[in-house]
Design a protein around this ligand. Structure first.
Ligand code: 4NP
Length: 142
């Protein structure tokens, strides 16, 4: 799960996907990262922590890290929140095969950055939740 800062959207995406994977007993490894490095080592934004907590998900122990080239060999799917994230990540892809792992979490839509608007965290949670459900459904039919 990749966004810009790895403090708002992708920590929510990691927490929500981990929650579903645990519920379904899937053997998936979930992680998140940011294309930027401003918040490396910090926990998620408190608004994301609170929003997740309101839905029974604890993301408070996550630690921000930057996306790295080795993530392409580490993971089968690299789910990005918006098209800027996608460009940044694709620019780091070592080869064509790696580039095919990169997709928008919402398929053709973006998860908007809620950083500057407190009221956006709840709708962003709902978007990410639906995106995670759809990914699980799709992967299970492959
Ligand atoms: P995120 O939101 O990409 O959803 O984590 C942002 C958080 C911080 C910044 C930008 C976006 N920032 O510029 O610090």
């Amino acid at each position: 799960m990749v966004c810009l800062g790895n403090i708002c959207r992708s920590p929510l995406a990691e927490g929500i996907m981990q929650h579903f994977v645990d519920e379904d007993g899937l053997d998936w490894q979930i992680d998140s990262a940011g294309t930027g490095n401003w918040h490396v080592g910090e926990g998620p934004d408190r608004r994301s922590v609170l929003t997740a907590r309101n839905h029974g998900i604890d993301i408070s122990k996550q630690v921000c890290r930057q996306f790295r080239r080795s993530d392409f060999s580490e993971f089968d799917l690299i789910l990005v929140m918006d098209k800027n994230n996608r460009s940044e990540v694709l620019a780091m892809a070592p080869d064509e095969q790696s580039a095919t792992k990169v997709m928008l979490l919402l398929g053709d839509k973006e998860v908007p950055d809620p950083y500057y608007d407190d009221s956006k965290f709840e709708p962003v949670f709902a978007l990410i939740e639906q995106g995670c459900r759809d990914i699980i459904k799709k992967q299970r039919t492959i």
